[in-house]
Design a binder for this molecule. Structure first.
Ligand SMILES: [Fe+2]
Length: 184
C-alpha cells in the first residue's frame, strides 16, 4: 500500500488529468492486487450493503482507495459515479460488469430509458477504467467478489446517478458511504 500511494502521488504530481493519471496507474493497481497481504486483509472485510470500506484517503490529491465486498449474486443498481474517475480492480471472485446508455437522450433526474450496450465477465486481476457519468452495474457471480477501487475523490461528497427500475426514473442521490477500514 505504501508503494501504491507513493506511486500514485508521483503520477498525480506530473499529471493533473485524472483520466490520464488513472490510465498510467494501471500497473500500480495490478501490483497491489497481486500482493498476498492484501488478499489476507480482504478476507476479513464484511460484505458491503450501501457502503464501501475506505482503505486510504490522500490528504493532498484527494484520491481514495476503497474495498467493495459483494455476496454471491449481489447486484448493484444501474448507476454512475457522477464527476469521479474510477479505476476498478477485481481482487477475488468474479462478476459481470454491464454497460448501459440512456436511450432517451436526456440527462439528470427524470423519466429515463436505459439500454444495455455490453457485458463483460471479469476475473481477478482485471481492471476497468470508468469515466465520469458512465452508466454501468455490477453483478457478483456464484462466489461473490471483492474489488479494490481507486477513485479520484471521496464518493460520499458528490451526487451519484441511479436508475430506479420500478419507477423508470433516473435519480441523483448522495454518493457511497465511506467507512474506514484498517488494512492491518
Ligand atoms: Fe460503479
Amino acid at each position: 500500500m505504501t508503494d501504491f500511494v507513493a506511486g500514485m502521488r508521483a503520477i498525480l504530481a506530473a499529471e493533473q488529468d485524472f483520466g490520464k493519471a488513472f490510465e498510467a496507474a494501471r500497473p500500480l493497481l495490478s501490483r497491489l492486487l497481486a500482493e498476498p497481504a492484501l488478499a489476507r486483509a480482504a478476507a476479513r472485510w464484511p460484505v458491503c450493503n450501501r457502503e464501501n470500506w475506505l482503505l486510504f484517503e490522500d490528504p493532498d490529491y484527494g484520491f481514495v482507495l476503497d474495498g467493495l465486498v459483494k455476496a454471491p449474486g449481489q447486484k448493484t443498481s444501474i448507476h454512475d459515479h457522477g464527476p469521479i474517475w474510477v479505476l476498478y480492480g477485481l481482487l477475488s471472485g468474479g462478476e459481470d460488469i454491464c454497460h448501459f446508455e440512456r436511450s432517451d437522450g436526456g440527462h439528470g433526474e427524470g423519466p429515463a430509458r436505459i439500454a444495455e450496450t455490453g457485458r463483460s465477465t471479469v476475473a481477478p486481476g482485471v481492471l476497468d477504467l470508468v469515466a465520469p457519468y458512465t452508466i454501468h452495474s455490477e453483478e457478483a457471480g456464484a462466489k461473490g467478489s471483492v474489488a479494490v477501487i481507486l477513485r479520484s475523490a471521496r464518493p460520499d461528497r458528490v451526487a451519484t446517478g441511479r436508475f430506479d427500475a420500478d419507477s423508470g426514473y433516473w435519480r441523483e442521490s448522495p454518493g457511497i458511504r465511506q467507512v474506514p477500514m484498517h488494512l492491518l
